[in-house]
Design a protein. Structure first.
Length: 592
């Protein structure tokens, strides 16, 4: 029932949103009548929303099966081996290595990694098969000599497949799974020796479209044959072969299955999401909260259509919450490059955690927040007597420290026409150890803004540094400006008045400037009056650029020069000379 005074479809008692968007939206004209709603699961006492993921699930990589079969150009044996070796290095302990009964290529690959000793003793390889006897025999045969191996048998159980593909009853479809399981056991006993630790996995394919009670019935029948017990688990894998529901409904289905399986303590409940709706990662995470023990997927979400669930995103999501994924992602670029080579498909630059641009900020406000976040962490670490790596990460717009996945900070801030002072200041601090005062940041950002507006595109860190040098630090071998400071000496009389004597070049002529004041900077401003420079000090800041006796000092001086207010910078091993150079930098800029 709907409220006649409300827009169609709003239930009685639900507040009616009134926004500009809803006032102007119109029916799409698309044939929505062709599609039905996905059936909800009635679990009024569901518990999964209150659960938290505090330990990593078991992982299985199916890059060499689901990932490989979806490639335009399937992997060559060399590329398969490269992928397998990568997965082992990363720490995956369960790896689906192929469909050996499908052809000689997969069979030969399985044999090669067994015979060449490429499989560590703690790694279980898995091979996939349909429920036909000749395929099962060939599949088990491929595993001779393996230390740990699992046969993964599947058959489709959904109504559409029963009606259209198999044209069989529920009982007939269930019998396929039962007979297939029995055949796997028989051939394992016949062909594999005691040296093989053998496991079994069953998948009711198209689980997401299968009636829950029937999916349970088939799984129970398979368990009756396998007889799981202590030390003899069965893996029941419930695939979203096509993603059809919201992640929350998917989680409800897993909680229902987990509650109703009769030998649950001996079952490894596995989730295998595809990404047709774009929510595979959420579906996997919520399924784990709902009772699943294991996730099957591919690196970077490779796989049929929109791909299998992305194991990299899942693992790094755990890492970003302080949960060890038990997989090593510390060299994310190596992982990405190997995946791109093996799959012959590029990873999108905005792919979570691994893309070229995911730790990069172009927006000025984002850059400013990142810079302040880094500064705050450094201050907090210093106050606690710790390093930045020993305190909790808290930098705006960066969910993890890029260093933890092998990235540098070089590309965190990139400058274009949308950037502001924060990003530019970050580049100068990170690359050149210059901590510009805030008003100087604003001044220089205007210079860069003019450059980006005129030229368009991105301004590289090298271009920023070149512009900064040209504006504030002219090349000593090709200087510009009226004044070049060479040497200076300060003396102090009995009344504390400082006299500064500076050897300089003014308008191309050698000269000596002399001035007095309450310090070298004040005395230099007085000396400049002798060459008709009317300048006044507004602000002065300095810092060392590194540790040690040979460290350089950077001095920043804001001056009022006539009707202009300008900043200058000086860098020198001597802080007094650095200050004088900063004054000259500002004065020379005024005359450009």
């Amino acid at each position: 029932m709907t409220n006649p005074s409300s827009p169609a479809g709003h239930a009685v008692g639900r507040p009616t949103p009134v926004t500009n968007a809803t006032q102007h939206q119109r029916p799409s004209g698309m044939p929505v009548h062709k599609y039905g709603r996905y059936e909800a699961v009635d679990i009024p006492d569901r518990t999964w929303p209150d659960n938290r993921i505090t330990v990593a699930p078991r992982w299985l990589s199916t890059d060499l099966r689901d990932g490989n079969q979806a490639l335009i150009d399937p992997m060559s044996p060399a590329r398969k081996r490269e992928m397998f070796d990568l997965l082992v290095r990363m720490g995956y302990k369960e790896i689906e290595v192929g469909f050996p009964s499908s052809g000689e290529t997969d069979f030969a690959f399985v044999r090669s990694i067994i015979e060449e000793g490429a499989i560590p003793e703690d790694v279980t390889i898995s091979v996939l098969t349909q429920a036909r006897e000749e395929l099962i025999e060939r599949t088990v045969e491929s595993l001779r000599g393996a230390h740990r191996a699992t046969v993964h048998l599947y058959n489709a159980t959904a109504p559409t497949f029963r009606r259209v593909v198999f044209r069989g009853s529920k009982e007939q479809v269930k019998q396929i799974a039962v007979d297939g399981t029995r055949l796997v056991m028989e051939y394992a006993d016949k062909l594999l020796g005691d040296e093989t630790i053998f496991g079994y996995q069953y998948s009711p394919e198209i689980f997401t479209d299968t009636e829950l009670d029937f999916a349970l019935e088939v799984c129970e029948a398979v368990c009756d044959v396998w007889q799981p017990e202590e030390g003899r688990e069965i893996i029941l894998n419930l695939p979203a072969t096509v993603e059809r529901s919201t992640p929350s409904t998917h989680a409800d289905r897993f909680e229902w299955m987990s509650r109703n399986l009769s030998r649950r303590e001996h079952v490894c409940l596995s989730v295998h999401p595809h990404n047709d709706r774009g929510t595979a990662v959420a579906a996997a995470e919520l399924a784990i909260m709902a009772g699943a023990d294991r996730i099957e997927g591919c690196l970077f979400g490779q796989g049929e259509r929109t791909g299998n669930v992305d194991l990299v995103t899942l693992g790094m999501n755990l890492f970003s919450q302080g949960v060890d994924p038990q997989i090593d992602f510390s060299q994310i670029d190596e992982i990405r490059r190997t995946s791109e080579y093996c799959n012959q498909m590029e990873i999108h630059p905005r792919h979570p955690y691994a893309g070229d641009l995911v730790y990069t900020a172009f927006s000025g406000s984002h850059q400013d927040a990142i810079k302040k976040g880094f500064d705050a962490m450094e201050a907090e670490a210093a106050a606690a007597g710790k390093t930045v790596d020993d305190i909790e990460w808290a930098v705006p717009y960066l969910p993890i420290d890029p260093k933890d996945v092998g990235r540098s900070y070089e590309a965190v801030i990139r400058v274009n026409s949308q950037s502001g002072k924060g990003g530019i200041a970050y580049v100068l601090k990170n690359d050149h150890k210059l901590e510009l005062p805030r008003r100087m940041q604003i001044e220089f950002s205007r210079i860069i803004q003019e450059k980006t507006d005129a030229e368009g595109g991105e301004v590289t860190p090298a271009a920023i540094w070149s512009a900064f040098q040209d504006e504030y630090l002219p090349n000593p071998h090709n200087p510009w400006g009226r004044i070049q400071v060479k040497n200076g000496q300060t003396t102090t009389d009995k009344d504390g008045v400082d006299t500064l004597t500076v050897e300089a070049e003014v308008d191309g002529a050698e000269t000596v400037l002399v001035g007095t004041g309450n310090g070298p900077i004040s005395a230099f401003f007085h000396a400049l009056q002798g060459i008709d420079v009317d300048a006044r000090l507004l602000d002065y800041q300095e810092h060392t650029m590194s540790e040690g006796a040979s460290s350089l000092a950077a001095s920043y001086i804001e001056c009022a020069i006539g009707d202009k207010v300008l900043w200058g910078i000086g860098i020198d091993a001597n802080t007094t000379r650095a200050s004088l150079k900063a004054v000259v930098s500002a004065v020379n800029r005024a005359g450009r």
